[in-house]
Write a new protein. Structure first.
Length: 251
């Protein structure tokens, strides 16, 4: 059961999210779609056996083949109580009849891993293109705490982005994300992640094997390589962050 304490104002959201992931897990498993919890949700599963107290969404990750299956599922099954929405470059599973907009809605965010090209130059070029596209797709930009050079880059990409439709930019984003997918590479990359994580490389076998984890009393799948993945992203993930960093990101 979810902790009755509500220090971070996330209790009701987490109850809703738990119901959602229970349903979504059943739907994905019944259609042979493999996935793993990831991000803060995976830390919660490993460290807390449930939600991190201040977490207000659920994160899952898939490889490209299973992501394509998720997209096909939501296109074909019109009677599902959930929809697959886009928000910038992140796909989000949300309740079909949820009237809340954007980040206010309860979401299960879907992160996709593609091949990280073996050629270092191609690898860096891919990340640079993804970062440029993120700048072009952002709805708002924060210039308050960045260098002059970075401010110029943010403004330039934002202005360039206004010349193209959202659908066109998302199409380009997916195409660039799949660069390197035609042959097996030594590493994987998560290219619809946060800007700061785009250059990270993950174990080739991240999705080779899964195991069950207990999450708020519900059995959900996690990658057997969870320690390698979490260490790559967070370092010492078993130690909670400082109190001032513990805050909901979406609500």
């Amino acid at each position: 059961m979810i902790d009755v304490e509500n220090q971070y104002g996330t209790k009701e959201r987490q109850i809703e999210l738990l119901e959602m992931i229970r349903d979504i897990d059943s739907i994905l498993r019944s259609h042979g779609i493999s996935y793993s919890l990831c991000g803060g949700t995976l830390i919660g599963a490993v460290r807390e056996k449930g939600f991190i107290p201040w977490d207000d969404d659920i994160d899952i990750m898939v490889d490209r083949a299973n992501f394509d299956r998720i997209c096909a599922l939501f296109r074909a099954e019109k009677d599902l109580p959930y929809v697959l929405n886009d928000y910038l470059w992140v796909r989000r599973i949300q309740k079909k009849n949820d009237s809340r907009k954007g980040l206010q809605a309860a979401t299960v965010d879907v992160f996709v891993m593609d091949n990280c090209p073996n050629n270092p130059l191609v690898q860096k070029s891919k990340v640079a293109l993804i970062k440029t596209l993120q700048g072009m797709m952002k709805e708002e930009i924060d210039l308050s705490q960045v260098s002059l050079v970075y401010k110029v880059c943010l403004i330039a990409t934002a202005l360039a982005g206004r010349c193209f439709s959202y659908r066109k930019k998302l199409h380009w984003y997916d195409k660039v994300s799949m660069i390197g997918n035609k042959r097996q590479t030594a590493w994987l990359g998560m290219y619809n992640d946060l800007f700061k994580n785009l250059s990270l490389k993950y174990d080739r076998d991240t999705f080779a094997k899964y195991q069950d984890a207990t999450f708020e009393g519900v059995t959900l799948p996690i990658t057997a390589k969870y320690d390698s993945y979490l260490t790559t992203v967070y370092g010492n993930y078993l130690t909670p962050p400082a109190e001032e960093e513990r805050k909901p990101e979406h609500m």
